[in-house]
Design a protein around this ligand. Structure first.
Ligand code: GLY
Length: 424
């Protein structure tokens, strides 16, 4: 009996320590990779350009109005948090502040991604108090896209669907759940509950309209702006209208974790748990847990409406979907029982360990400027297929930081009324 106990104690200590050591190693490997890759970019900010991906091996940069413009600054803030090297803080400030005009931008819903990942992290990690007003201004701009007949924030402006016939008048995409964090944060900062109220209405109506009974999500839902009725449920970046676009599932999971964090309403926690269960147990997920870009590629019953070619191998992984999922699961783990928490953290840890191998992590001489390879922007559009993506790197650094914090303080509980400004 005693011998068994000592044996189990030994195993526990051994694996406990070895897990922490491995995370330490991954942390160092990631810092080394990020420092090499991010050093290559130099002063690109002077021309107000931001690295987004690679195109035919060359840097593809964007201007501040691109939906991905905030991720590079966000990654630099995380690198600063991981290293405490002021060089990365200076770079983070430079790539954040070229987004200054975005706080007034209401041309699409992405202002949440753009401002929260840059200025939001600058406030939280960099202690930049004056960035708080930028977050509130950006939330005000985003709130201008809310139509009370629909009860949702409009994601994109009018556009046509794949068939060139269907028109989308008020398209709301699942990705929009991510922008709620900015609204919650702006209410916490300003004391004005208006932004938070909009976020809650949006989250409730997304639950009602975007989700299927199995807790998978449509990508796009289009609305009539007068009656608020649903006109269309479809995809834009996924395989088929009824399929599960991998990054969309990840955005939805993360979005409901945020909504629970800000409201502490159990219905959002239950919803996030159900989404996580759907994702983690889906039969299409490969052994290494890095999903294909859609869960239903070439599956009977799922009809592609884009320029689909029979016989072409469309089975690309989407590392960005994996890293967003890992980050969301680690936060989810802090809200549930120890037993449930273990399964989420184990899953997230597997993702982090797997993407930090040469299968997915760029070596010094390849994939300049980025840490991770093998994401998919939009396969149906032929855009950024099997390339690095600045958002995959951002959520990887966030997930790794969260895992390190979780592992080093297993009893960590969130303070009451927390917001991103005090979390982690
Ligand atoms: N709209 C953001 C994405 O492609 O995931």
């Amino acid at each position: 009996m005693m011998r068994n106990f000592i044996y189990l104690l030994f195993l526990g200590l051994f694996f406990g320590c070895s897990s922490e050591k491995t995370i330490e190693k991954v942390k160092q490997k990631t810092i080394d990779a990020a420092e090499v890759q991010f050093s290559k970019i130099g002063k690109l900010y002077e021309s107000k350009r931001i690295p987004r991906t690679l195109k035919n091996g060359d840097l593809f940069s964007v201007n501040p109005y691109d939906w991905t413009s905030g991720f590079y600054a966000g990654s630099l803030w995380y690198l600063y948090e991981l290293t405490e090297n002021p060089q990365w803080k200076d770079q983070a400030v430079a790539y954040t502040e070229i987004l200054d005009t975005i706080q007034w931008y209401s041309g699409n819903h992405d202002v949440g991604f753009m401002i929260n990942c840059s200025y939001g992290n600058g406030y939280r990690i960099g202690g930049k108090e004056h960035y708080k007003q930028v977050l509130v201004n950006a939330a005000e701009s985003l709130s201008q896209r809310f139509n009370s007949n629909v009860g949702q924030i409009k994601s994109w402006n009018y556009r046509e669907a794949w068939d060139g016939v269907t028109e989308w008048f008020y398209p709301v995409i699942i990705d929009n759940m991510m922008n709620l964090e900015l609204l919650f944060e702006a209410s916490a900062i300003s004391g004005n509950g208006f932004y938070r109220d909009l976020a809650i209405i949006h989250a409730d109506n997304t639950m009602r309209d975007h989700y299927r009974p199995d807790f998978s999500s449509y990508h796009v839902v289009d609305y009539d702006t007068i009656t608020g009725h649903v006109l269309d449920k479809a995809t834009c970046q996924g395989f088929a209208d009824n399929s599960s676009w991998a990054r969309g599932q990840a955005w939805g999971l993360y979005g409901y974790v945020i909504t629970y964090r800000a409201t502490k309403d159990e219905k959002y926690l239950d919803f996030a748990i159900n989404i996580a269960d759907y994702m983690m147990n889906h039969p299409s997920i490969p052994e290494d847990k890095i999903p294909y870009w859609d869960y239903h590629i070439d599956v009977d019953g799922y009809q592609a409406e884009w320029d689909y070619q029979d016989g072409v191998d469309y089975f690309y992984r989407d590392v960005s979907a994996a890293t967003i999922t890992a980050s969301a699961l680690i936060e989810l783990a802090t809200y549930v029982s120890q037993e449930e928490s273990n399964q989420y953290v184990d899953y997230a840890r597997d993702i982090i360990m797997n993407v930090s191998t040469p299968n997915y992590m760029a070596t010094e001489d390849e994939d300049n400027y980025f840490i991770l390879k093998h994401s998919v922007g939009s396969l149906p559009h032929g855009g950024s297929v099997d390339t690095p993506a600045n958002y995959a790197d951002y959520y990887y650094l966030e997930a790794l930081t969260r895992l390190i914090n979780y592992e080093t303080d297993k009893d960590y509980v969130l303070p009451e009324n927390t917001s991103i400004a005090s979390w982690y």
